[in-house]
Design a protein around this ligand. Sequence first.
Ligand code: NAP
Ligand code: ZN
Length: 350
Amino acid sequence: MRVNAYAAPAAGEPLAPTTIERREVGPNDVLIQITHAGICHSDIHTVNGDWGPQPFPVVPGHEIVGVVTEVGSDVTRHQVGDRVGVGCMVNSCGECVNCKNGDEQYCVKGMVGTYAATDRDGTTTQGGYSTHVVVDADYVLRVPEGIDSAAAAPLLCAGITTYTPLRHWDAGPGSKVAVVGLGGLGHMAVKIAHALGAHVTVLSQSLKKQEDGLRLGADAYFATSDPTTFEQLANQFDLIINTVSAPVDLNAYLGLLAVDGTMVNVGAPPEPLSLDVFSLIGARRSFAGSMIGGIALTQEMLDFCAEKGIGAEVEVIPADKVNEAYERVLASDVRYRFVIDTSTLEDAAR
Ligand code: NAP
Ligand code: ZN
């Protein structure tokens, strides 16, 4: 079927309305009418070519919420009318050690990204800035009642990307967590870490968003532009989640970790970061990375957020405001996630 979408025609070019082909619904597929698609900074890195060449045109979008309108003959876990979500991955081998451990995102054969990736059938995947998508039922999540669809969409990437390291490194009562960067990922990290019971500190470039940060659940808020911040907070944190989309002075942040503390980079800047090993060996510190999260953990995160009444803080926009939204994300002027109302795509490509 041909459906309306918004695509980047080439690296760095503005997105524009277009139509794309979605495959026929196979026996284990689900057809979803998309209602909302979040804008992740990864969408911007991808269409700007920050991470290398891409198979243009690219329809970005891996924070998808919608309603099931058709299911394949073998599908049992989703039904027509269900509210569902799709995150950053739409396939993996299902058989390797990582898939079997529920870490499908680290599939040995390579997980299939929701857009700009080659699917198992050889076609290029296209993402959620679109009216419909066909996805293997095993990669489709249930969106629990109690979370608004627009607020739920960013959970599919920003939510799981921050939930995973918080759970993996046991953030909870008694632990001190710092979140670097209060954007899409950062604001979810604050909400989730707070809900898990940790003591949460925001490290932002300025104090402009301090009031918001405290309202979202932070216990403390510091500006990284103030050099005394790094003196005041030295050796304090058990866990630092770095969500910044640009390179940071890693060694300065590592100095904020307590003995055995871990800094986890989820931010994915195009340039390498430089690490002075003395920042680690002086206090048995660790530096780690983490990518999204497995399917079962994503469902756990959605259920946890519903139970705790957590959704993203969103600014819902029509599709023709996507390019403007990209500019604002790049200027750190996002409060705290743009979400496209994809019903505005219905007429876009006529
Ligand atoms: P975002 O909404 O733009 O948030 C990034 C925040 O970083 C900004 O709001 C800003 O916060 C801070 N920042 C931006 N530029 C900075 C600079 N030059 N120096 C210092 N701080 C800066 O982006 P996002 O959607 O949260 O994504 C963040 C990063 O995570 C991106 O690189 C994205 O590709 C990556 N990502 C990774 C995964 C994964 O699985 N690992 C998943 C999704 C996204 P303040 O204004 O508060 O300083
Ligand atoms: Zn993302």
